[in-house]
Design a protein around this ligand. Structure first.
Ligand SMILES: *Cc1c(COP(=O)(O)O)cnc(C)c1O
Length: 464
């Protein structure tokens, strides 16, 4: 009896960390046999997360890591809403449609009110949908002309991995323009030299992952116009505006990259990057309804009502879309402009400070005309610095900073760069603290030059 009473007391009154449950390791491979108290399980699981990096110091990610408290409230209010249940949650569906039309208008669609588009889980799903529409349209044209459809190709510059996936999943030849010397993005000539009757489309990126630079959409479009005049080949453009789609309209409105160019048929962007929404939302918008082949659209009736859908996912959370709309309402055009401009100002400040350190040469300076608010740089060549960018990245981690260093794709695998993404939530004060830590890290390597430099693999793989 006494023993049992002790047990009951254990469970009811013990401090969490003195409980029997917290005296054992968490299971790693098999579900535990019995249940435990919610607050014990919560403590265990949430404490494991302490080992994750601090997302606010993660200067590698493009994704939003600072969110207004109102966004968190909206997210918890909408945890139970399934984006796909458009008949049950008609207001969520209406809000999604408003976002599509707002983006179509922001991207200068000639018919913003009638444009087709959808939210997705991110730019990767949006890119897959955009690529599929290009493939279907190309096949339609080829079949109508009685021509073969077995060798489709897609032309792009140094793209994000989602386009490699698209090409592999759909068995499309990816004609990815390699980097050469100081040219780290596509040029019109490089595009045209790869174009032929089997090209389903060209994908310029507004904010190339590796450096942050904008690819020259208008110049590529003009070159394709010229190609059409000379050869009759009419090749459409899809713009991967994962980051730039939410930047250029506000901070570089004179760059013509969007539906102002008739050749641009579709655009994707990540709501959870510079759209300032929480993780899990992307967008794709077509120029007009005719660019989206009808047999890609499924009509489902089992949710009640007849609902057209074009998506890879079925069930998916609705909160991110609602938070996206909140941001549109909350910030408006002027608010977005100010938020993005603040990021650019901090990026320009960092580019100046990094240059002053003496070891580095800037590749992208974070100005709104050149790219996204990302600063990228390499080590000054022909000098023994006493460290590599990988050593430096490793050293900065001792202060919690995650500043990625990585090598470029083909044909510049010899070139290592470091990059900082400046997002809303990374203040000027934090930037000055980061620069103090850069100076300390370099002083450390002055005292202790690295004799065996760290390799990219040892420094930990970095995923774009
Ligand atoms: C981030 C990114 C993607 C992938 O977007 P997700 O929203 O992470 O799926 C695609 N293209 C570019 C240029 C990107 O920056």
């Amino acid at each position: 009896m006494l023993h049992e009473r002790d047990n009951i007391r254990d469970e009811l009154f013990d401090e969490v960390f003195a409980s029997t449950e917290l005296s054992a390791r968490l299971p790693k491979f098999r579900m535990p046999q019995s249940e435990q108290l919610a607050r014990h399980a919560y403590q265990l699981v949430s404490d494991e997360l302490i080992l994750d990096g601090n997302s606010r110091q993660n200067l590698a990610t493009f994704c939003q890591t600072w969110l207004e408290p109102e966004v968190r409230d909206l997210m918890s209010q909408t945890l139970d809403k399934n984006m796909v249940d458009k008949d049950e949650y008609p207001q969520t569906a209406a809000i999604e449609a408003r976002c599509v039309h707002i983006l179509a208008d922001l991207w200068n669609s000639p018919e913003a009110e009638n444009t087709l588009g959808t939210s997705t889980t991110g730019s990767s799903e949006a890119a897959m949908l955009g690529g599929m529409a290009l493939l279907w349209k190309w096949r339609e044209r080829r079949r109508a002309a009685g021509l073969s459809t077995d060798k489709p190709n897609l032309i792009c510059g140094p793209v994000q991995v989602c386009w490699h996936k698209f090409a592999r999943y759909w068995d499309i030849e990816l004609r990815e323009i390699p980097m050469e010397h100081d040219r780290l993005i596509m040029t019109p000539d490089e595009v045209i030299s790869r174009a032929d009757e089997n090209t389903i489309g060209v994908v310029p990126t507004l904010g190339v992952t590796f450096t942050g630079q904008f690819e020259p959409v208008a110049a590529v479009s003009a070159a394709l116009d010229d190609l059409q005049t000379r050869t009759g080949l009419d090749i459409p453009i899809h713009v991967d505006g994962a980051s730039g789609g939410f930047l250029a309209p506000f901070t570089a409105p004179d760059i013509v990259w969007d539906f102002r160019l008739p050749r641009v048929k579709s655009i994707n962007a990540s709501g959870h990057k510079f759209g300032l929404a929480p993780l899990g939302v992307g967008w794709i918008v077509w120029r007009d309804a005719s660019e989206l082949p009808e047999d890609l659209i499924f009509e489902v009736n089992y949710l009640g009502g007849n609902m057209p859908t074009f998506a890879l996912n079925f069930s998916r959370p609705g909160g991110q879309v609602i938070a996206q709309y909140y941001n549109f309402v909350r910030l408006g055009y002027e608010g977005y402009r100010r938020v993005q401009q603040a990021c650019y100002d901090t990026a320009l400040y960092l580019a100046e400070e990094i240059t002053k350190l003496g070891h580095f040469e800037i590749i992208n300076d974070g100005s709104p005309e050149h790219g996204i608010p990302a600063v990228s740089w390499k080590l000054v060549e022909g000098v023994d610095h006493g460290f590599t960018l990988f050593d430096l990245a490793d050293r900065l981690r001792t202060r919690g900073w995650q500043v990625p260093a990585y090598t470029m794709p083909a044909n510049r695998q010899d070139l290592a760069v470091q990059r900082i993404l400046v997002r809303a939530g990374f203040s000027r004060d934090e930037a000055t603290l980061l620069m103090d830590d850069y100076r300390d890290a370099i002083a450390h390597f002055d005292r202790h030059p690295v004799s065996v430099p760290m390799s990219e693999e040892e420094a930990g793989s970095f995923h774009h």
